[in-house]
Design a protein around this ligand. Structure first.
Ligand SMILES: [Zn+2]
Length: 95
């Protein structure tokens, strides 16, 4: 089980959270002129990375807030936790 460090509540068990998938997912800037391929990519396709991944998590049985987690999907080690509007941190494994 993961121990996730909620930015507002502190470390809590994974069972208190729900993973919301890859983050960020950026909505097309001009919806009216976006073609079907770009919409399908936005709506359905995710990278599903092996290794360093960035995800949204929701503290559903705690504060109820969303935040981002940088996590190694192989080891499940959490490398960073940051707010939804914060910039993605640069991690040592990316440098
Ligand atoms: Zn919380």
């Amino acid at each position: 089980m993961l121990l996730i460090d909620c930015p507002w509540c502190g470390p809590r068990a994974e069972s208190e959270f729900r993973c919301g998938g890859e983050s960020p997912i950026v909505r097309p800037a001009a919806p009216a002129s976006t073609d079907d391929t770009a919409w399908a990519d936005y709506m359905f396709y995710r990278d599903n990375v092996k290794g360093l991944g960035f995800e949204r998590w929701h503290h559903r049985f705690g504060c109820g807030l969303w935040f981002n987690v940088a996590r190694d999907t192989v080891s499940h080690r959490i490398l960073a936790v940051y707010g939804m509007t914060d910039p993605r941190p640069v991690l040592e494994s990316e440098a």
